[in-house]
Design a protein around this ligand. Structure first.
Ligand code: PRX
Length: 699
């Protein structure tokens, strides 16, 4: 009876949706193809799963989903403890309380705990438990190098051995339970190995995406003070060689200047990219992985930890200030990552699963390493660029490993779509059965291309909405369970109660749009921002008292389907990468010739959004291409290439209110050239600024 309003709509959908018959499925497909974007409303565009698929699905119908969803909402303790005890190994069961939560700042500190008192280990559950169940010889990882033709495999037993050797090495250099380990590795097998080794000994990994600059890496090192940094000498991405060790060297100098010295830099020799003789070396600090790790025993006792002990830290961008260290703990995250993986991809033991995300982001944590491996899945880990040596590479890999579940980002879909179908049709792809999308809203055109051209109109698409903070999927289709609407993430996962509120924080009912919040905790929720619980409360729980605020806008249609509409704060989503406008601005203003900068996101055909920067040079400095290049270079150096602005728009001044606040709304309109939608500019301190900006738009 305390079911969310969505449920009423779910029932309507159930009754009114076309029944999943072969004919209906065909019809809806035809409708989608023939009418394309010209449909009267995307809300009415449904794609019905085939009978064959639904019949074999873990959740075969809306009715079954509703039963399970209802159970998960009415008695979360029972629902989640049932899954936790039947599908995971606990050295010791949790106490009387399965979970305790306070999401309301008015009632005291925000607190979320799941399975507290339960003693377990995520690495044990990923490896030892699966091996004990007979999966020792099953392939855990198919690794595909940047260069076609170079690959490697690890079975679950081999993976365990590698993990134990590294875990033993880490212990030998003094890494203990609770210590931070910073990882700056590309998609080598050594990356999941490192994550699992840390988990095995209770160390807290903090993986930094190996596209971040030395400065960003240093910032994270200074924040979490690791005993050791783990990296490799270089990596090839497409035709380019990137010298990662040089970046780490620079970061370690920078962190030492800020009072944090790291004793050990464990470096993997990635021979295909760079030989050790050509790698710069700091004696006494740097250690070759290959020289030490293989000498350690292939078994290593597990450090049993509390469910609420930290598992990892992952830094992510916010709308203000420096990146936030999102902290995930052990038990709840484990249960949630594994369960969401299983249901949202309709996972079967025979599946071969490939997620194109990098382990430097949350998707790689939950859905390259932990979620799949907790399920004993075979995972493809790909080092390279998805369009190298040509845009057919993904489908080549799909055919090579007989990938059945392919999970990727809309930006890649759009870019491959642009390259033409001939790169797709060249390959069979008949192994595929489920597709997935993550990182930003997938536009219906890209959805249909993925569905038709890639999936042969056979494979349901799980458009999974979630965040670094949520640990796992929050709103996602369950393949086969209900009709899909291209572009909609559809319905909440078990145990999740999304609500849409207005600007006053009042829950909206029925068809509506507003701010997306969640009104309860779920096991995979992050527990704090590392070292800054106050910022955690202020950012996520104060905007709308009583709720977790996601930062996203959302619309619910007449059938209860959820449509994510993008960030409502000052966070930009470029190719599925989250970038804070404040971070880019602070990089720009650190340039000696930049007096002021304001950054907004504009729509981009492939990247979803691109970064558009308004820059006021200091007095006496004129606009020039050199300055433009040098400003962009500064952002690349301070954050990373992926955060480089696509456009620098010269600004004699910025539109500010009388109290000095930049009116970003106006900047967004100028950036997207919607000049007739500038709105009311009369409250600006100097309305003339707007005309000046418009005149300078194409310079
Ligand atoms: O705006 C939403 C968007 O990505 C944000 C979270 O970014 P991050 O923490 O980096 O995690 C990305 C991978 C989970 C969200 O606030 N987002 C993510 N998935 C979707 C999405 N927007 C729409 N649809 C999605 N499926």
């Amino acid at each position: 009876n305390n079911l969310p309003p969505t449920n009423a709509h779910l029932r309507q959908v159930d009754a009114s949706a076309p029944q999943p018959s072969a004919a209906a499925s065909k019809l809806s497909h035809l409708k989608a193809v023939v009418l394309g974007e010209a449909l009267a409303s995307e809300d009415d565009d449904v794609v019905v799963p085939s009978h064959e698929f639904s019949r074999q699905a873990l959740v075969p119908s809306m009715q079954k989903y509703l039963e399970m969803y209802k159970a998960s909402i009415e008695d979360p303790a029972k629902f989640w403890s049932g899954i936790a005890s039947s599908e995971f190994y606990w050295k010791q069961k949790w106490g009387d309380q399965v979970y305790s939560e306070n999401l309301d700042v008015r009632k005291g500190n925000i607190k979320i705990e799941w399975f507290k008192g339960g003693i377990t280990n995520v690495c044990y559950n990923c490896l030892d438990k699966n091996i004990d169940a007979g999966l020792g010889d099953k392939i855990a990882i198919y690794w595909e190098s940047n260069e076609p033709g170079f690959d490697a495999t690890l079975t679950y037993s081999q993976l365990l051995h590698r993990v134990c050797q590294l875990a033993n090495y880490l212990k030998s250099i003094g890494v203990r339970k609770g210590d931070a380990v910073v990882v700056y590795l590309p998609m080598l097998m050594e990356l999941p190995i490192t994550m699992l080794a840390c988990a095995r000994i209770g160390a807290v990994h903090s993986v930094v995406f190996a596209g971040f600059s030395a400065e960003s890496l240093a910032q994270r090192i200074v924040d979490c003070k690791p005993k050791v940094v783990i990296t490799c000498n270089a990596v090839k991405r497409g035709p380019k060689t990137i010298h990662l060790k040089d970046i780490v060297d620079a970061a370690l100098i920078e962190s030492a200047n800020n009072g944090i010295s790291v004793d050990v830099c464990l470096t993997y020799e990635n021979q295909s990219a760079l030989k050790r003789e050509s790698t710069k070396w700091e004696k006494g600090r740097d250690v070759w992985w290959e020289d030490v790790v293989p000498k350690f025993p292939t078994s290593c006792d597990v450090e049993w930890v509390d469910a609420e002990d930290p598992l990892f830290l992952l830094y992510t961008s916010g709308s203000t200030g420096k990146p936030k260290g999102v902290l995930h703990t052990t038990g709840g995250y484990m249960v949630y990552a594994a369960t969401t993986f299983k249901y949202a991809f309709d996972y079967k033991d025979s599946d071969v699963y490939w997620c194109t995300a990098d382990c430097g982001w949350i998707t790689g944590h939950s859905y390259v390493t932990y979620g799949p491996m907790l399920n004993g899945a075979t995972v493809v880990v790909f080092e390279g660029a998805p369009n190298y040596p040509d845009p057919g590479r993904c489908w080549d890999i799909v055919d090579k490993f007989k990938v059945t579940i392919f999970y990727t980002a809309p930006t890649l879909v759009r870019s491959l779509m642009r390259d033409g179908d001939e790169y797709v049709t060249r390959y069979s792809r008949k192994s595929l059965r489920v597709l997935g999308s993550v990182g930003e809203p997938i536009n219906p055109t890209a959805w249909r291309w993925l569905y038709n051209a890639v999936g042969g109109s056979r494979c349901p698409i799980s458009d999974t909405w979630w965040q670094t903070e949520t640990g796992g999927f929050m709103i996602t289709p369950l393949p086969g369970a209900w009709p899909q609407k291209p572009g909609s993430a559809t319905f909440p996962f078990f145990g999740v109660q999304p609500v849409i509120v207005d600007e006053k924080g009042v829950e909206l009912d029925g068809e509506c749009s507003g701010y997306l919040c969640v009104k309860n905790s779920w096991p995979g929720a992050f527990r704090t921002l590392y070292g800054d619980h106050e910022r955690y409360e202020t950012t996520y729980f104060k905007p709308f008292s009583g709720y977790y605020f996601t930062g996203d806008g959302c619309r619910r249609d007449k059938d209860g389907y959820h449509w994510l509409t993008g960030r409502v704060d000052d966070v930009i989503n470029v190719s599925g990468h989250r970038i804070g406008t404040a971070e880019v601005e602070s990089a720009l203003v650190s340039h000696p010739h930049c007096a002021e900068a304001a950054v907004v996101g504009v729509e981009h055909e492939v990247k979803g959004q691109s970064i558009y920067a308004f820059v006021t040079p200091v007095e006496g400095i004129s606009y020039s291409d050199e300055l433009r290049k040098s400003l962009i270079l500064t952002v690349r150096q301070q954050i990373g290439a992926f955060a480089a602005p696509d456009k620098i728009h010269w600004a004699p001044g910025l539109p500010k209110t009388r109290s000095g606040k930049i009116m970003r709304r106006v900047l967004r309109k100028i950036a997207s050239r919607q000049l007739d939608e500038l709105g009311d500019t009369s409250t600006l301190a100097d309305p003339g600024v707007v005309d000046q900006l418009i005149q300078l738009a194409d310079i």
